[in-house]
Design a protein around this ligand. Structure first.
Ligand SMILES: Cc1cc2nc3c(=O)[nH]c(=O)nc-3n(C[C@H](O)[C@H](O)[C@H](O)COP(=O)(O)OP(=O)(O)OC[C@H]3O[C@@H](n4cnc5c(N)ncnc54)[C@H](O)[C@@H]3O)c2cc1C
Length: 371
């Protein structure tokens, strides 16, 4: 028998961070909602597992406070490249290093407490005039949200696949049992690959590699950083290696009629920014407002605004990754003027006005030219 024989206000296809956050935000506005996901919670995914301060703030705005046992607080970001080092503290607060499974558990528990209905191990198989088809039943709903990740089928079914730009890179991650040696997230820049190291707990770190080469695994990337490899030598692996793609994608439209996209399904920025989760939580809150008002045109306009800053940061970081001499000069500028790195980090986590953004960008550009 269909547990959802009466229509709901919103059905969300995909119960990852974006789908769950949207469902929570929708419930907070008094609408009924069901989330459908093919996986079994807690759902894991290859990720750098850093939640930036603006992401924590977005969660707080959704009423979600992460219990301290679930995260390791870190205070800033450190870049390491060719023997050079630049680091800065976040302008306010700290970030969380947090296992994806822990984040998923926190979100599902909160969703449950808010009255979100969740259907796991159930695939969404198509759109229907009255809602969505699943591997079990038809779910009738007034609004449909596609939160089914970067390979979104809802996007395709809704005819929203037209895009402005696309770039795909490949990420792998592995966990190690080792005491973190700092309370910074470290980003190691290598030849056409980057390694992210995120402290996750008193005795655990997450190491994620990102590159354009689908065959380049964590150990291949590590071979470019002998000091780091020596530090991790002999540390027990607390997970097996897991991979995922990261796509830079700008869609022309993020809604059609009563179907809207959120999170990676709605386009995204390269994983190098560490901003995917924050962006998803912000879009979730915005989408819930727009669904409650019945105004998806506003969602599309504001969605474009939300993605602007992270996609600019992503482009700058990808340029640094691609061009050795630019990276060398930028690192020299950061090393000699630590305040410029702090300014970039502040922009990265959404602090400061557009004017600060332009001024900082111009001043950094000048320092790079003269470095
Ligand atoms: C290597 C790497 C490192 C990253 N590091 C960071 C980081 O440090 N910090 C950060 O903020 N972001 C990071 N990101 C980005 C972040 O992981 C994503 O932005 C985030 O997972 C987006 O969440 P989502 O819910 O949109 O998609 P997903 O997490 O992909 O969730 C989609 C869900 O939809 C479900 N689904 C898909 N199809 C169907 C279907 N047909 N029926 C039912 N269910 C379906 C899936 O089971 C899944 O649960 C990283 C990404 C990568 C690849």
């Amino acid at each position: 028998m269909n547990a959802f024989s009466s229509p709901v206000d919103v059905v969300v296809a995909g119960g990852g961070p974006a789908g769950l956050a949207t469902a929570i935000a929708v419930r907070r506005r008094g609408l009924s909602v069901v989330v459908v996901d093919s996986g079994t919670p807690p759902i894991d995914k290859a990720c750098g597992e850093g939640l930036m301060p603006d992401g924590i703030e977005s969660l707080r705005e959704l009423g979600i406070v992460v219990p301290p046992a679930e995260y390791f607080a870190f205070r800033g970001i450190r870049f390491l490249s060719g023997g050079k080092k630049a680091e800065a503290l976040f302008p306010h607060g700290h970030a969380f290093g947090m296992r994806r499974t822990a984040l998923h558990r926190v979100l599902t528990e909160h969703a449950d407490a808010c009255g979100v209905s969740m259907l796991w191990q159930t695939s969404v198989t198509g759109l229907h005039a009255d809602g969505i088809r699943t591997s079990r039943d038809l779910i009738r709903a007034r609004w449909i949200v596609g939160a089914d990740g970067s390979n979104s089928r809802v996007r395709r079914w809704a005819g929203l696949d037209r895009q402005r730009r696309e770039g795909t890179r490949f990420g792998f991650r592995r966990h190690y049992r080792i005491e973190p040696w700092s309370d910074f997230m470290e980003l190691y820049w290598g030849d056409e690959c980057q390694l992210y190291l995120t402290p996750l707990g008193r005795k655990e770190i997450c190491l994620a590699s990102i590159s354009s080469d689908s065959h380049l695994r964590v150990d291949d990337a590590l071979a470019q950083f002998p000091d780091l490899a020596a530090r991790l030598k002999g540390a027990e692996h607390t997970s097996s290696e897991r991979g995922a793609i990261t796509v830079s994608r700008k869609l022309r439209r993020v809604y059609r009629e009563r179907t809207a996209l959120v999170g990676d399904a709605s386009g995204g920025v390269d994983a190098i920014t560490g901003e995917g989760l924050c962006l998803a939580f912000r879009q979730a809150a915005l989408l819930a407002d727009c669904l409650a008002e019945g105004d998806l045109a506003r969602y599309e306009i504001e969605h474009r605004r939300l993605i602007r800053r992270p996609s600019l940061m992503a482009r700058m970081m990808l340029l640094m990754g691609k061009h050795d001499s630019l990276r060398e000069r930028t690192m020299r500028a950061f090393e000699s003027k630590p305040r410029s790195f702090a300014g970039m980090l502040a922009m990265h986590v959404g602090e400061g006005s557009v004017r600060d953004f332009v001024t900082n960008g111009i001043s950094l550009g000048w320092q790079i030219l003269t470095a």
